[in-house]
Write a protein that binds this ligand. Structure first.
Ligand SMILES: [Zn+2]
Length: 411
């Protein structure tokens, strides 16, 4: 079970994108699935908007997977409490946040709670958010809810606010759904806005029919792309999607360059999660016309200080993101030294900030993009505490392009 937890609960690190195949037990033909040990998606989602107990289907699917020698996690994507089976590996414990129907917001969850609780199925609290994809879907009919409208500013703001609310409620994943058979998938612009404002695993599905559309969703910030309908009618296309996913990951990893100490993969996914929060700070700076650099300081898995660049706002050349975050963290802890903390910053610290990080005795520093022109490594390579360790290259591409776009727009 740990493996699923690890794979899906925490945001995959840069370039490590996932593809899920969605099977509706009422429609899927297991014999037509083009799965083999070297050609398969990362997960199989099982569920549909109608239908009952999925146990027979999950059993048959497991048998099929074992015949083709394919160890895949089977994750329930249930349309109702009745679809739960203790034989799945995990369940997206969905709450339909885009609608105001209490039945799908909370009642179905209560109906299935005890069975899920007494099973060994991994639970992934997930916000399910329907986005208008230009077609009435069976989910809309069954739940009696309307999707959110991505075509005007108010609708987009509601989508973002709903996603923020999801994270505040403690959801570990957000599922943006255009609906099965959608004319248009969730747009990269929407995905990007949700990504900017949240840090949990971002799942996107509905209406994605080409490898290019999948890549666009990945570059906009989706962690997991879900393909359902399309593979039901075109099972032979699976390979071209897998090839596109691999080439996307290879391209991103290549341009991110060397990544410092590798570290255990769990640490790297934690690093991505906190760097995402630092990026949220950087976006705040960008919105305020400041150089977009953000920073968070974490102790015991808890953010104790955050900050973004404020040099223009405060007319103060020392108002760098790291300085703001260090001041905030010291106030949180009530002491000037932060020896147990990790500092995450989107860009390599400058010599001034490296000095401050050293004075605060911070022992672990993680940054996104290097800064060969103004970074500490060129001017003050020994500024950190002697025992400090440094990890670089986390979400590097996004950290760098944020800065590059900023300076391009200033030229
Ligand atoms: Zn600085």
């Amino acid at each position: 079970m740990d493996e699923i937890n690890h794979n899906i609960l925490y945001r995959p690190s840069l370039g490590d994108k996932k593809l899920a195949l969605l099977l509706d037990p009422e429609k899927a033909d297991l014999n037509a699935l083009p799965l083999s040990s070297d050609s398969h998606p990362d997960f199989i989602f099982v569920g549909g908007s109608t239908g009952g107990d999925t146990t027979p289907f999950v059993r048959a699917l497991r048998e099929k997977l074992s015949i083709v020698n394919c160890q895949l996690s089977i994750i329930l994507f249930p349309g109702s409490a009745a679809q739960f089976t203790p034989e799945a590996d995990a369940i997206l414990y969905l709450s339909l946040l885009s609608g105001d129907n209490p039945e799908y917001l909370v009642s179905q969850q209560i109906k299935s709670a005890r069975r899920i609780h007494t099973s060994s199925v991994e639970v992934i609290p997930t916000a399910y958010i329907l986005i208008d994809g230009g077609v009435e879907t069976s989910t809309m009919r069954v739940t009696g809810t309307k999707p959110l409208n991505p075509s005007n500013a108010e609708g987009i703001q509601t989508i973002i606010d709903t996603s923020i609310a999801a994270e505040l409620m403690g959801k570990q994943a957000i599922y943006l759904e255009a609906g099965s058979g959608a004319k248009t998938p969730v747009s990269p612009d929407i995905i990007r806005e949700v990504r900017k404002n949240t840090s949990v695993t971002l799942i996107v599905g509905g209406g994605i029919r080409t490898p290019e559309a999948m890549q666009a969703a990945y570059s906009a910030g989706a962690d997991i792309v879900v393909i359902g309908n399309h593979f039901e009618s075109h099972p032979e296309d699976l390979n071209s999607f897998l090839t596109a996913k691999r080439s996307y990951s290879a391209a991103v990893l290549q341009c991110s360059g060397p990544t410092g100490e590798a570290g255990p993969s769990e640490q790297r996914s934690d690093d991505s999660r906190f760097m995402r929060l630092a990026l949220q700070e950087a976006y705040k700076a960008q919105d305020a016309q400041e150089i977009p650099i953000g920073c968070v300081i974490v102790s015991d898995n808890r953010v104790i200080g955050r900050g973004h660049n404020l040099t223009e706002t405060l007319a103060d050349v020392t108002a760098h993101a790291e300085i703001q975050a260090i001041t905030a963290a010291s106030q949180t802890l009530g002491g000037k030294y932060l020896p147990d903390a990790t500092l995450y910053v989107t860009v390599e610290p400058c010599p001034m900030c490296a000095g401050a990080i050293g004075w605060a005795q911070i022992k672990r520093i993680v940054y996104g993009a290097p800064d060969p022109k103004r970074g500490y490594q060129t001017y003050a390579p020994r500024a950190f505490h002697p025992k400090a360790t440094v990890t670089s290259g986390i979400l590097e591409e996004e950290c760098r392009s944020l800065i590059q776009e900023f300076f391009k727009s200033k030229r």
